[in-house]
Write a protein that binds this ligand. Sequence first.
Ligand code: F6P
Length: 307
Amino acid sequence: MNAAVRAVVRASLYNDISVTGIRQGYHGMIRGDFVDMDSSSVSNIIQRGGTILKSARSEEFRTPEGRILAAQKVREADIDALIAIGGDGTFQGATKLYEEHGILVIGIPGTIDNDLSGTDETIGYDTALNTAMEAIDKIRDTADAHDRLFLVEVMGRDAGFLALETGISGGAELILLPETVNDIKSIKRDLSEVFFAHRRSSLVVVAEGNQTGGAVHLAEKLKDDFSQYEMRVCILGHIQRGGSPTARDRVLASRLGAASIQALLDGHTSVMVGIVNNEIKITPMKNTWNKKKNINYDLVELSNILG
Ligand code: F6P
């Protein structure tokens, strides 16, 4: 996010556009929590996790009254257009601001879920993926030393991009996604094959949105059949959402930040800038969440073969 903020500010100034930062997203917009930004206000942030502008969930902004207040504050501050960085919730809000109040908006995709159509990758995804993979590498040392079965839960309530690539890159024996149907019988069968037959450690990556209900529930369902083996649950949680971004994420955020200003100058509104096949692509904002982005089922197949 910080790399994107930096790119938006620097690309704007390059084009003689002044920039106002909005603290805490829509929550801050309703309160007029604005800050003038110059080139130095984004110095030394490209390597930092989180966002210097902070973020917030805003129930108030979900209401028409909240959006009236937000639009008023934007107009009072002489802001001509908004650059919104976030996921589908952020974009749904931005679309409403445009439709209800005519405020020009451009979206930049930022979510570790990678679940927005119109871009191959979202900002934060690669960093979260590498964090989860490194965690799994470390967990494997214990799993291997003790011949244990580990259930590792990664984020992803509705989308399995992160779980799928974490599992493949971490060499998981089994990967359970929100998109796949995994009945408990087949999970037990698969685990028995790798664990009982070869008597070696096993690692299962479970997306929090998998139909089993997540790693804790799955452990509960497995414990009787796997009682003679030590089973452990590890929920990676919010460590996946922080930390210094990978080079790939920084470059992506830099490109998308600059592209958002170019899109504005080209007269676009209510669109998201993304990167598809290494080229900037403009997508109507509504299509980013209306058109479901599917996981790559070839990778699911691959994980079955390799696991
Ligand atoms: O929407 C992105 C996401 O990372 C989901 O994968 C996860 O379920 C959720 O955010 C966690 O959100 P919170 O920080 O509000 O618990």
